[in-house]
Design a protein around this ligand. Structure first.
Ligand SMILES: Cc1cc2nc3c(=O)[nH]c(=O)nc-3n(C[C@H](O)[C@H](O)[C@H](O)COP(=O)(O)OP(=O)(O)OC[C@H]3O[C@@H](n4cnc5c(N)ncnc54)[C@H](O)[C@@H]3O)c2cc1C
Length: 369
């Protein structure tokens, strides 16, 4: 049949038929398995999947790149990448809960820890966010300092799918206001409204509940929202915290992410920092023979790196504290000032990243001076 169809063999007899047969079999099996795994009850107890490369001696570079990628079980990526991915692909997925079970690690997903002091473990990782219980239980060792920026912000959702991360600055009857907005799903965007404390009070936001605030902000930003209403989800007005811990390790307790530092959302790096902290901790554990040495290495190596990003975030957040004053600048100067706000951008870097903007701004400055 192979010959009849004008095909040729590369390998031994039946090679082609075998590839077709095994691929069809594994695709059929995978489709059934995926349907099983998509059961919402199962996803609650096995929420994370890891892509594993099949170990082929002649691997496809993309498959190698996906090796060890961990995503939520309900991430749309799996719809198009659940293995096998093409002829002869032997990649698999690993359900992280099953892997942990294989290593004798008990899973207690969805269980709140109410006392980290008595946890029976060799290592306790406090990745429990801004209000970390692990941090507060060992506060004297971690030595945190917590302060707040003056500006007020409320975190809403929008049903407008914005194309790019956009900053909208507007003058209102209450004072200058800003929205940071960007898409996070095909039909949904994040919409963070920020203003100075004086504007917050003048607009009466301090006396408004979540829904009334959303209504007022929807009206103020009606142009950019195309008249749609903002969506609330614990969208209370807050001030952004400035947290930093002097120590990241206290005995067998270690902190990472928002539990140990915060980075203002205007540089969009809080999640990246948390993940990089975790990666640094994993590397330290893998590279050192004892837990004590590993934690010492984490304490020595990771904070100075994170501090650079945190400093840039703090500088960026400080820019927003007086954005109203800057709105009086010419648009080109305002945009330039905004791009330089974190202190990590230089004129040289700007020329490389955005040559057209840098040239336009230079021309604008030459005309203005
Ligand atoms: C308005 C706003 C916008 C932001 N935008 C961005 C952005 O665009 N990009 C970006 O990278 N970052 C952004 N961030 C920052 C980002 O959200 C955080 O830096 C990041 O979520 C920190 O991750 P984490 O895992 O350390 O903490 P969290 O995401 O807070 O996770 C902590 C987890 O611990 C759990 N937990 C807490 N206590 C307990 C307990 N006692 N027992 C069991 N579990 C517990 C919580 O349920 C939670 O799941 C933004 C922050 C804000 C406020």
């Amino acid at each position: 049949m192979v010959k009849k169809n004008g095909w040729d063999y590369k390998g031994e007899r039946n090679w082609r038929t075998r590839v077709i047969y095994t691929t069809n079999m594994s695709t059929t099996y995978a489709a059934g398995r995926l349907a099983q795994l998509k059961d919402p009850e199962l996803q609650k107890v096995a929420p994370f999947w890891m892509y594993r490369h099949g170990g082929s001696s002649d691997p496809r570079p993309q498959h190698v790149k996906w090796d060890r990628l961990v995503l939520r079980a309900n991430d749309p990526w799996w719809q198009t990448h659940y293995p096998p991915n093409g002829w002869g692909c032997r990649c698999t997925i690993q359900i992280l809960t099953e892997r942990a079970r294989g290593l004798d690690v008990p899973n207690r997903i969805g269980t709140a820890v109410d006392d980290p002091v008595d946890l029976d473990a060799d290592l306790v990782v406090g990745a429990d966010g801004l209000n970390s219980l692990v941090r507060s239980a060992f506060e004297t060792q971690f030595k945190p300092t917590m302060d707040y920026f003056d500006n007020r912000f409320a975190w809403f959702g929008a049903t407008v799918p914005f194309d790019t991360l956009t900053q909208t600055f507007i003058e209102t009857e209450f004072g200058p206001m800003n929205a940071h907005h960007y898409r996070f799903a095909p039909d949904r965007s994040t919409f963070i409204v920020e203003c100075e404390d004086a504007t917050f009070r003048k607009a009466g936001f301090d006396g408004l509940g979540e829904e009334a605030s959303a209504e007022r902000c929807s009206a103020l930003f009606a142009d950019v929202l195309n008249g749609t209403k903002l969506v609330t989800n614990k969208s209370m007005w807050r001030r952004f915290p400035k947290l930093w811990c002097e120590n990241w390790v206290a005995g067998k307790h270690v902190l990472l992410g928002d539990a140990v530092h915060t980075a203002h959302f205007s540089i969009g790096s809080g999640t990246r920092l948390a993940l990089e902290d975790a990666i640094a901790l994993v590397h330290a554990l893998a590279e050192h023979p004892s837990l004590e040495q590993a934690l010492q290495a984490y304490q020595q190596q990771r904070p100075p790196i994170a501090r650079k990003i945190v400093d840039a975030a703090n500088t960026s957040a400080t820019w927003y504290e007086t954005f109203g004053e800057k709105m009086g600048l010419a648009p080109m100067d305002f945009a330039h000032d905004y791009l330089m706000r974190s202190g990590r951008m230089t004129e040289e870097k700007l020329r490389q990243i955005a040559p057209q903007f840098a040239a336009d701004h230079a021309a604008h400055r030459a005309m203005a001076d």
